[in-house]
Design a protein around this ligand. Sequence first.
Ligand code: FES
Length: 174
Amino acid sequence: MNRRDLYRFGTIALGSVAALVLAVPGVAYLLDPLRRKSKQGDFAPLARLSELQVGVPKVVSVIEERQDAWVRYPKEPVGSVWLIRQPERSKAPVIAFTTTCPHLGCAINLSADGKSFYCPCHTSRFDFSGKRLNDIPPRAMDSLEVKLSTDGDPWILVKYQRFRSQTEEKVPLA
Ligand code: FES
């Protein structure tokens, strides 16, 4: 190898290293949003246990920070949940249902007498365990996973999800 070849080889090698140094962070930057885990579907603190009375449903909003591949949006309400505290020694201290009606997606309210859930769109009715009280909805209310934090007055942590409407099966939406 003569001096000119050595010079050419050195230039190519240095150029390749420089290109690599610039390319690695660039590729990492472009791929980063795709690697980041979405916040949706995580357990979110919705209320303190002490805020609920046994057997009395309370509706709470779910606030989430949405994020797509490259944009992070400000926190905003994405849905709401019915929480019902259960009597002591029940299997679960609190049960939660999405307020979205499994019939066609309207919001489920309390009935006028406050003794059941009622959807005003097509009169679906449910009891406080989420069971159907008429044949209008295709399935029971959609229950959500609940955990309690371990503080003195625990937070009720709920995994908020959406489900397909008009199906007998409870099918989570991505
Ligand atoms: S959407 Fe609730 S009854 Fe139809």
